[in-house]
Ligand binder design. Structure first.
Ligand SMILES: [Zn+2]
Length: 250
């Protein structure tokens, strides 16, 4: 636990997913999802990225063999609005202060949410077309609490449709999405899996309490296409569990 706290401290100084100002310009070494700057090379791109190759608690995972556990419910109190940003790696929504996620006695504040295609986590070896990540910070200990929600094509989703209509085409561009309610991107039930892992982008810091919702949400296939037209592959391949337990809420 002490090691994790120490790493959290280090990572929070460097972690770009937490940058709240000019995230695009604040990047470290250039990285991508393929070729010489792709996931298998992230650890070599900069000393700050060492955990990407040397870490033992990396994310994402293929979720399989989870252990049933008595876990607290997840409760969200998220505010509407924010700014949708194309940061060169994904579409990210920066949110106004004061949105909370509670899991038992742990309280996290929502910082931003963003999307991956295909999903980063797998379930029993299977990808989903997309995955949303709601990135929260625990103000007490600096840990991140990230909630993953799988996205499949189906009925239109009002929140996702509003965002998709506002996705900025070019890296570095942003647009206000004032009346967008992130709670509209949650499944009806928040049954979930939980495990300790990392950021799935450089610097791959091992500071994340992962929660992955078991039930996907549906969005219009045409809106998924609006995302994949910009980012057709921005998912880090799954890593090994390294003897970690994946817990499953009942
Ligand atoms: Zn993510």
């Amino acid at each position: 636990m002490e090691r994790r706290s120490f790493l959290r401290g280090l990572a929070l100084l460097a972690a770009c997913p937490l940058c709240t100002k000019g995230a695009f310009a604040a990047e470290g070494a250039h990285w991508s999802y393929e070729g010489q700057a792709g996931p298998e090379h992230w650890g070599e791109l900069s000393a700050e990225n060492a955990a990407c190759s040397a870490g033992s608690q990396q994310s994402p995972l293929d979720i399989t063999g989870a252990i049933k556990a008595d876990m607290p419910d997840i409760r969200t109190e998220w505010k509407k609005g924010g700014t949708v940003l194309n940061n060169g790696h994904t579409i990210q929504v920066k949110v106004p202060a004061g949105s909370k996620l509670r899991r038992g006695d742990k309280i996290y504040e929502l910082v931003q949410y963003h999307f991956h295609a295909p999903s980063e986590h797998l379930v029993d070896g299977r990808h989903f077309p997309m995955e949303a990540h709601f990135v929260h910070k625990n103000e007490k200990n600096g840990a991140l609490g990230v909630l993953g929600v799988f996205i499949v094509p189906g009925a239109a989703n009002n929140t996702f449709a509003k965002l998709a209509a506002a996705f900025p085409a070019k890296a570095g561009e942003e647009a206000a999405v004032d009346d967008t309610d992130p709670s509209g991107l949650l499944p009806a039930s928040l049954r979930y899996w939980a495990y300790e892992g990392s950021l799935t982008t450089p610097p791959c810091s091992e500071i994340v309490d992962w929660m992955v919702a078991k039930d996907p949400i549906e969005v219009a296939a045409a809106d998924i296409k609006k995302f994949t037209a910009l980012y057709s592959m921005n998912a880090r391949p799954a890593l090994t569990t390294n003897r970690r337990y994946i817990l499953s809420s009942s």
